[in-house]
Structures are given as C-alpha cells and as structure tokens.
Design a protein around this ligand. Sequence first.
Ligand code: NAD
Length: 289
Amino acid sequence: MTERISGKTKLIGLLGTPISHSLSPKMHNEAFSKLGLDYVYLAFDVGTEQLADVVKGYRAMGIRGCNVTMPNKVLVKEYLDKLSPAAELAGAVNTVVNDNGVLTGHITDGTGYMRALEEAKVDIIGKKMTIAGAGGAATAICIQAALDGVEEISIFNRKDEFYKRGEQMVRDINAKTDCKAQLFDLADLEALRNEMMASVIFVNATSVGMEPLVGQSVVPDVSYLRPELIVSDVVYVPAKTRLLEMADEAGCTTVNGLGMMLWQGAKAFEIWTGEEMPVGDIKELLFKK
Ligand code: NAD
C-alpha cells in the first residue's frame, strides 16, 4: 500500500457511524490497485454532529469524493451544491463527487439493489413488493423499483423520525410514477402479514439485523413467510441476518445485501474515477467465505 501512495494520491472517504464493519474500503482499494489508479479509500467514523465540518473540510482540502452512509444520507444533501435527478427524487445521497469545489450528490443504492436482484434471477417488475424501512436505503430502493416498473409497494416503518419521510416518499411515488405505494406502521402486524402474503418479495431495508441489532428481525416470526416469497435484506454484515435465517427455515429464496453493496459501489467508483470497476475480481474478493 505504501508503494501506491504518492504526492498526488486522491482520497475517497466513507462517512458514517458505525463504520468499522464496512466492506467498502476493501472493495474500492482493491479496485484502485487492480486498475493502477492513484486513489485511496478510508472510512471515517462521522455522525450527523460532525458532518457539516467534515464537508467543509472536503471543500477546503479538495478531497475527490466520498460515500455517505447511516445516519448521514439525508442530512448531507444540505451541504452540497448539486444533486443528481435520482438523489433529488430519493431525498438522499450515498455518493459525493468534488469537481473543483463543486460538490454533487448521487444515489447509487437503488440501481445497485435492482441490479443485484437481476443477478439473483429475481424478477419483480409488474409485481408487488413489501418493504420495511423509510430511510436512505429504503427510499432509494422504492424510488428505483417504482421507476423500473414494480406495480405496487407497501412500505412499513415504525413511528420514528423516518415515518414522515415515508409519507413524502409515498406521495412522490404515487404522483411521479405508475407504481402504487402505501405506508403502514410497522407495529400493525395484521397489515404486515396481509401485505406480505400479497407480495412476491419482502425486503428489510432497516438497520435491524446489523450491529447493534444483530439477532433481531422486523418480521416477528416464521409464520409470516411462505416458500414462494423472496426474502431480501439490505444488511450484509452479518451475511445471514435473523430474517434470512427465518426465511431459510420457511424455504424462501433469499438475497442478502452483498450484491447491492457491490453494484452501488461499482457505480460510485465510476462517478469518481470515470473507470469501470473490475466487478468480477471484486465479487470474488467480497463473496469468498
Ligand atoms: P437510515 O438511518 O437512513 O434509516 C434507518 C431505517 O431503519 C429507518 O427506516 C428506521 O426507521 C429503521 N430502524 C432503525 N432502527 C429500527 C428498529 N429498532 N426497528 C425498526 N426499524 C428501525 O439508514 P440507511 O442508510 O437507510 O441504512 C439502513 C440499513 O441498510 C443499514 O443496515 C445499512 O447498513 C444498510 N445498507 C446497505 C446497503 C448495501 O449496499 N447493501 C446500502 C445502504 C444501506
């Protein structure tokens, strides 16, 4: 690594908390190395309180870009100059690029998720999806799914600060796409059961299942699952969340968050470097046991 670092090495950061579990540094540094690009990717444990100062630092130091993750994806757009159309619609950003002091926010999670389903040979176009979550990841997925032609989306969130965001997302999807979206309280278990039963796929797009909520699931028990249901989790550490264990028990097809992580990263990589990520090599690195 020291051989790679020069006086011109460009920095890409990851801004979020908790962050130490992230596979992004491994993924991007490996890709930079493979292509001989003079970049380095580092993770910074940054929460919402430090975010404004960190973005100021980006401008002052001319840092090339970053990924933004929990809990900063929504807030960060306040500090940027421009948003891509998808980031504007999703109201969230996971990738920032600094072009000579102009900071532009993009969202690559939604396309990454849909690409991961495609790779897993799961087709949800023209069908119904039930999803838990109304944060950055959930919004990106719902917006992209609606744009790509998913027919109906039922969104469940607990009554926290993200619920209002869910209401706005539902209004946007219903107004701007052909998809029909509805929001429910995650505590309404009868509705959760009914909507899941009527769907081809259930997605967990909350942070339940990852540290510090490892071993927990937004679905109360296995009776909500049936073998025909595809069960997908955006969490990828652990690779098998409690939800996916339950889905295995019920005989469902499962898709974890690794594919989404790979493809959202590939798109971000292209935004910073203008080069295509060597996805085959990186996949081998991330997916090997
Ligand atoms: P966020 O902070 O924007 O949203 C958090 C969401 O989780 C909200 O909907 C919130 O209501 C919900 N939530 C939190 N604690 C909960 C609890 N105890 N019970 C029920 N709901 C709860 O975060 P985000 O950026 O949307 O990230 C959410 C998850 O998605 C994280 O686990 C993150 O690691 C993962 N993620 C994965 C990828 C990937 O590429 N696989 C990409 C982005 C995010």
